[in-house]
Design a protein around this ligand. Sequence first.
Ligand SMILES: O=C(O)CCC(=O)C(=O)O
Ligand SMILES: [Fe+2]
Length: 513
Amino acid sequence: MGEKRQHISAFHRCCRRRPATVAGAEKGVYCVVRTGMRGKLEDVSSLIQAAYLPCHTSYLDAKGQWNISCYAELDDVPDAMVPGAVVHLPMKEVLQPLLDGLTAKLCTWWRSLHPEFSGFELHRVQSFVTRYRPCEGETHLTQHVDGPHVDASFILQLHSPSYTGGGVRIWDAQGRSRDYGIETGDLCMLDHMVWHQSLPVTSGERWVLVVFCQKRELPQTSDAENLSAAANCEVQDSGPARCQQAIWLATQAANAGCDVDKVQATNLVRMLSSSTLDERERAAFALGCLAVNGSSNQKTIVDSGAVPVLVQLLGTTSAQHSTERAWAAAALGRLAVNCPKNKQMIAQSGAIQPLVTMLLSNHELEAEEAASALCNLSANHEGNKQLMTVANAAPALLKCLGGVSQKQRIWATAALFNLASHPASCHQMCRAGAIDHLVPLLCADTGRLRRQAAATLASLARSEAETRAGIVEAGALDAVRAMLLDEESGVEAASLLEELQRGVRLTDESEDT
Ligand SMILES: O=C(O)CCC(=O)C(=O)O
Ligand SMILES: [Fe+2]
């Protein structure tokens, strides 16, 4: 009973239009859950919108002539081909960090519906972003099923500020429909051949991510067998299916917050040395997913020898290896979180210089993950701050502040904040023009950026009267005044002001003597 009630609330918390009933959930053909990804989706929404390039397609189903979707993935599956659709790689890059986790969620739910498919996994055949607007042909999608070739699908509501209308209507196995006014981060999961439609948007824009999956048989049938197969996944014969299993397990483990064991970790580390780029990318990605689960996974992964191999992956320079470098940086950064021993080991294995080089990459994902890793490596670690100064990190981080990626700017500012408390780094930052880069961020759109910029400037202001004067000269006071009125960034603004005033007071005092 308790379990059922829990299911009901997860199912209906997000339903604005209907009181809680569980018709769809009970019949099991669909499920709407809140993922808790709202913040993450808000963070990536500008990237998604920047990467959005719709293509003209013609479907035989409810979509007809359709030109408001941008495709990130399109498998060459005969039944699933969409005439006119082409993959837009920038969208793939932006969605990459989200897709595996979401697919794993869909797969977990779908397996619970279909115990008979425990030996199967879901493989994405299409993923795309759709933008609905109140224009002809763009408001909604009429009633349809995703197709006989689609075994399960999901619709994720992306960050879509201020739109009206919209939402999803879904029919259960008895043909009864329900409307869901889904909110950012709500995930609507559909079983095979479930009728559904989106509802017309009447103002603003509604953004969704849609993924279609097919089931694929796993070579082994039980989790225990999968585990042992993954455990034996040798580099020499790690065919795609076997590595897929290792990744599947890692994703499941990361998703469920469970521990990775030594054998799994060792095999993922071996996969990092595979001769296939795709396998190395997947292994690095999986290790990064597992490393966030807490200290026991961090330790198991480090004890399996991951650090030197991951660091080695950072050392390539070609564009082709950019994603591999990004996931290796992400894994290293996560291994460093709250663990001084790992921070030191990663730095001593030579990670810092290549990470600084990666900051200057044209590939957003690579620069973002490098900035994030450097932030984690420098946090509460004076030795690494020193090494980052030697590697000339500050100028590269400052350059990142001018990048288009918001995530990159946030991580770079956070890393700069860490460095600002280290005297040598502080000098390096000031020489590299930190004040001129940071003061404009006091007026940034994002509260987090404004706060981080203010805190970093406050730290710099502590160093020398000349720096304080420079900050004032660059026009910080007006921005700080505006920030003081703003609840979100008032505290940081007040401490920056205090540091700046300290400068004024010191000057007054010295004139008195
Ligand atoms: O946008 C929605 O809510 C539904 C999208 C959908 O069902 C589809 O694209 O197949
Ligand atoms: Fe659909």
